[in-house]
Design a protein around this ligand. Structure first.
Ligand code: FES
Length: 352
């Protein structure tokens, strides 16, 4: 049986070990967050999730405060509202948050919070920009001036995908998210899975290939299964005018639970490649290829197969089916090799 606590005056059940944020969500009360990342340990960095707990001297971070039986919690008092608003103002003054030209506009939690708390002017002086943006690698733009140091990217890298490529470095106003030795991503151990981009709540980390290709509200989000290896990761294609603008993971969906690898997230250019083969090619005597019809190409392959089987037997042949094929095609491929050709030399290139 679960214990109960008092949430905004209402007796609410909670599970042992839950923090206020999770118990409140289960009770239908949404508490705003910025740094909280499901599945990673809480850092309590942003202080947006502050709530009032009766008897506590200061406001408590809901994402990292465990619930106790009988605890009385208020999530929307004037004091809570004022503190959250102040924290949003401080974050807005911590860097360059010019939504009009920011890639994350329309998909930015800081923007949403500024809108919700009706922040029109900044009371605090803006921090100067210290670090130039990193744009050298092919996949990720790191704009340090937009970073609010919430640490979600660090948690995602270290605790969700466990690549351990980044951490928080330096001190005070010079703090930044760094790779080992503060190298550019390209020279670090980063594998470009892009999980840091996936969880960034602002425009500090964005997909380089998606720059200026479309705002979130202009794209259609189409759920699909990643076409690469056999894991079956669930992804969302962000499509504008019939073209993929970017790819993100589906949150809370098996088997990848919001994660993607570098291929699943960034390697979709082949779809639009001019080099894509559209007809069979047959190599000629001089080594050059010439275009052929499917009938001609298949007859040629069948003749060559027959010749090899006659001379060396069926085990002289082997088949490797494509990892991007559907199950039914792979099934037919093994059927062809086992039943028609007569060999068990058949495999599937499901490498990542
Ligand atoms: Fe709780 Fe950031 S979400 S401190």
């Amino acid at each position: 049986m679960s214990d109960t606590f008092i949430l905004n005056g209402k007796e609410t059940p909670f599970e042992k070990g839950q923090v206020i944020l999770e118990a409140a969500r289960n009770g239908g009360i949404e508490i705003p967050t910025l740094c909280y990342l499901r599945g990673a340990s809480p850092t309590g960095a942003c202080r947006i999730c502050l709530v009032e707990v009766t008897g506590a001297r200061s406001l408590m971070a809901a994402c990292s405060t465990p619930v106790a039986a009988g605890m009385e919690v208020f999530t929307e008092t004037g004091r809570v509202h004022q503190a959250r608003k102040l924290n949003v103002e401080l974050l807005l003054s911590s860097g360059k948050h010019d939504c009009m030209v920011c890639e994350a506009s329309g998909n930015c939690r800081l923007q949403d919070l500024a809108y919700f708390y009706k922040i029109t002017d900044l009371r605090f002086e803006k921090n100067e920009e210290i670090y130039p943006a990193e744009t050298e690698n092919p996949f990720i733009v790191r704009d340090f001036s937009r970073c609010i140091l919430c640490g979600r990217c660090v948690q995602a890298c270290n605790e969700v995908v466990v690549n351990r490529a980044i951490s928080l470095g330096y001190r005070g106003a010079k703090s930044k998210v760094c790779t080992g030795g503060d190298q550019p991503y390209m020279d670090s151990i980063c594998v470009f899975c892009g999980q840091c981009v996936e969880v960034c709540p602002v425009g500090a980390l964005t997909e380089k290939k998606a720059v200026s290709l479309g705002r979130p509200w202009e794209t259609q989000k189409i759920r699909t299964t990643c076409p690469y290896c056999g894991v079956g990761c669930q992804q969302l294609l962000h499509v504008k005018d019939g073209r993929i603008v970017k790819v993100t993971a589906v949150e809370n969906a098996q088997p990848n639970e919001g994660r993607l690898c570098v291929k699943g997230r960034f390697a979709y250019d082949f779809i639009y490649s001019e080099d894509r083969l559209k007809t069979p090619l047959i190599r000629q005597e001089n080594g050059d290829f010439r275009e052929a019809s499917w009938d001609e190409a298949l007859d040629l392959v069948a003749d060559k197969f027959k010749g090899i089987i006659e001379q060396y037997g069926p085990d002289a042949l082997a088949g490797v089916s494509c990892a991007r094929s559907i199950n039914e095609d792979s099934y037919q491929m093994q059927k062809l090799f086992r039943s028609v050709i007569g060999t068990n030399n058949i495999d599937h290139c499901a490498r990542t």
